[in-house]
Design a protein around this ligand. Structure first.
Ligand code: UGA
Length: 447
């Protein structure tokens, strides 16, 4: 099948390359000539494990190509995916749909024959109706079915998520789109991934509801972590004890410094706005947003407390800057607020991240960088682990202690255990776990 993907950003690129890998003929279109030139040279603008290799092999097989010319690609396509950005609109948190609508207008004047136009970008409820309206008014002769097909990819695991999804959600209003979408996803369907057909508005809402629920789940366990600290309980064991109930599930119950990234913060805000627009308030989501915002600054207070209540003139080493591991994405990363909070209180911050330092340099003023975990520990009054990259999971604690000014470790991802770190002479604090550690349950000990 011939497929055009408009927008060669994160979602567009991953979708395009995976669909090409399924055997479709895919052209990824982007207005940015430099981005297209780089992609043609095999240079991938984002860090995503496995993406570079997959792009190369599919370009080599002739199934994947790149173009800046929407008008020359779209007429041949049976399916056109819109995968352009929907950033938060400045001021009100609404998703900015101007890019989506601009593409809809261009697609309207370029399509030939029956074409399925699919919104992959995360868009508020009703956007598909508007896209259909724009296409119909721009070119009354255009024969299109507008479909909503939200993506559920996680950065750092996007290719695996695309190829082994929990489900594929397809919102249609025109039955002619059903066989086309079934054909697009046929390889996954053969792998028994549930292909859920529903109405277009329902599909749009599923995406926001899923992200808001996950953000709320994380926020819930973060509040439970605070309660654990106040009561001497252990949040990891609370999460496990809750999560073993199949109705709850163990995933997304890792307490931490608050969620970040390009999706949860933007989508929760947009969901609050959608609720207001439809006079159906999303009060749980509103509260989630507020709690998560406050949490990031609370984390710098936690570091300050671990440093004896004052960080003026002290050196804090930071391990990990990106909003999560295996990405170079710094958008809404908790590290930004945490580090700013420390710098505002007079600390000198030296950070290391395997992929995020380039972006961090632009976002955080007065920060210094090291070349690895041991380098940022030199002369530090405390080390703070903010992002759980694998290379921070088994640090040589004696070596760290040897170069630090004082052996203080603040672990905002609960990577270490109190007893093992204390054994090496560290003062250790983590999230929602008592200093002595709660005894493991019999079930865990038996594992
Ligand atoms: C998220 C969703 O997980 C995807 O399903 C969705 O497709 C995507 O947004 C999107 O809308 O495009 P992503 O933002 O890549 O994916 O990252 P997540 O793995 O969901 O992590 C988000 C944030 O939550 C990170 O800051 C992470 O550290 C934090 N988190 C996650 C926790 O603090 N605890 C957890 O247990 C899980």
């Amino acid at each position: 099948m011939k497929i055009a993907i408009v927008g060669a950003g994160y979602v567009g690129l991953v979708t395009g390359v995976c669909l090409a890998d399924f055997g479709h003929d895919v052209v990824c279109i982007d207005k940015d000539q430099r981005k297209i030139d780089a992609l043609e040279r095999g240079e991938i603008p984002i860090y995503e494990p496995g993406l570079t290799e997959l792009v190369k092999s599919n370009v080599a097989s002739g199934r994947l190509s790149f173009s800046t010319e929407l008008k020359s690609v779209v007429p041949d396509a049976e399916a056109v995916f819109i995968a352009v950005g929907t950033p938060s609109r400045r001021g009100d948190g609404h998703a900015d749909l101007s890019y989506v609508y601009a593409v809809a207008r261009e697609v309207a004047t370029s399509v030939k024959g029956f074409t399925v136009v699919i919104t992959k970008s995360t868009v508020p409820v009703g956007t598909g109706d508007e896209v259909a309206h724009i296409i119909a008014t721009t070119n009354p002769n255009a024969d299109v079915a507008v479909v909503s097909n939200p993506e559920f990819l996680r950065e750092g695991a996007a290719i695996d998520d695309f190829k082994r999804p929990d489900r594929i959600v397809v919102g249609i209003e025109d039955e002619r789109a059903r066989p086309v979408m079934t054909e697009v996803y046929r390889p996954l369907y053969l792998n028994q991934a549930p292909l859920m057909f529903t109405g277009r508005r329902t599909a749009e809402l599923i995406k926001y509801a899923a992200n808001a629920f996950l953000a709320m789940k994380i926020t819930f366990i973060n509040e439970i972590a605070d309660l654990c600290e106040a009561t001497g309980a252990d949040v990891q064991q609370v999460a496990r004890g809750m999560g073993l109930d199949n109705r709850i599930g163990t995933k997304f119950l890792n307490a931490g410094p608050g969620y970040g990234g390009s999706c949860f913060p933007k989508d929760t805000l947009a969901m609050v706005k959608i609720g207001q627009d439809f006079e159906s308030p999303m009060r749980l989501v509103e509260t989630t947003v507020a709690i998560n915002d406050q949490r990031k600054r609370a984390m710098s207070r936690k570091v300050i407390a671990a440093c004896g209540g004052d960080v003026r003139g002290k050196t804090i080493g930071v391990l990990g800057l990106t909003f999560k591991p295996n990405t170079d994405d710094m958008r809404e990363a908790p590290s930004i607020d945490i580090i700013q909070g420390l710098i505002d209180r007079g600390a000198r911050v030296v950070a290391y991240d395997p992929q995020g330092m380039g972006a961090a340099r632009e976002l955080i003023g007065n920060i210094e960088f090291g070349t690895n975990a041991y380098d940022v520990a030199v002369g530090a009054d405390a080390l703070v682990l903010i992002t759980e990259w694998n290379e921070f999971r088994s640090l040589d604690l004696d070596r760290l202690k040897g170069v630090m000014k004082s052996a203080v470790l603040v672990d905002l991802r609960n990577v270490y255990r109190h007893d093992e770190v204390a054994k090496h002479g560290f003062e250790y604090s983590s999230i929602g776990r008592p200093a002595g550690g709660a005894p493991d349950s019999a079930a865990e000990a038996a594992e």
